[in-house]
Design a protein around this ligand. Structure first.
Ligand SMILES: [Zn+2]
Length: 122
């Protein structure tokens, strides 16, 4: 399952960051996922909810997903255009000498930690 592999990868990365920063709990993770990466967001969330239960630092971590727009570049007229509505044919010149510039990436954008307990400034 593609989505589960991604979730496992993200959890490992976050666990490493948590260890390096001596975090005991992570409350949320924001992922940026390219529009044409083929990742189904709700499968990803399902896998996430199952997988984080097996971890210590991520037990209560919420997964947020942000979509990154896909952009295609045309070698014929040098235009960059949105991939999803147009596909492989350049809307500016009709050429098919195009290639995907962005849209398949998967980045961990943000890791949230719970707010520290209010300190008695007393
Ligand atoms: Zn073009």
């Amino acid at each position: 399952m593609h989505e589960l592999g991604i979730v496992m990868h993200v959890i490992k990365s976050v666990e490493n960051v948590a260890r390096e920063n001596q975090l005991t709990e992570v409350s949320g993770v924001t992922l940026e996922i390219g529009e044409v990466s083929g990742v189904v967001h709700h499968y990803l969330t399902d896998c996430w909810q199952w997988a984080v239960k097996k971890t210590e630092v991520l037990q209560n971590a919420e997964l947020r997903i942000e979509s990154l727009p896909a952009v295609t570049h045309c070698d014929n007229c040098q235009a960059d255009y949105p991939t999803v509505p147009n596909g492989k044919i350049c809307p500016c010149c009709g050429s098919d000498k195009t290639w995907l510039l962005t849209g398949t990436e998967m980045n961990i954008k943000e890791i949230e930690v719970p707010l520290p307990d209010e300190q008695d400034a007393g």
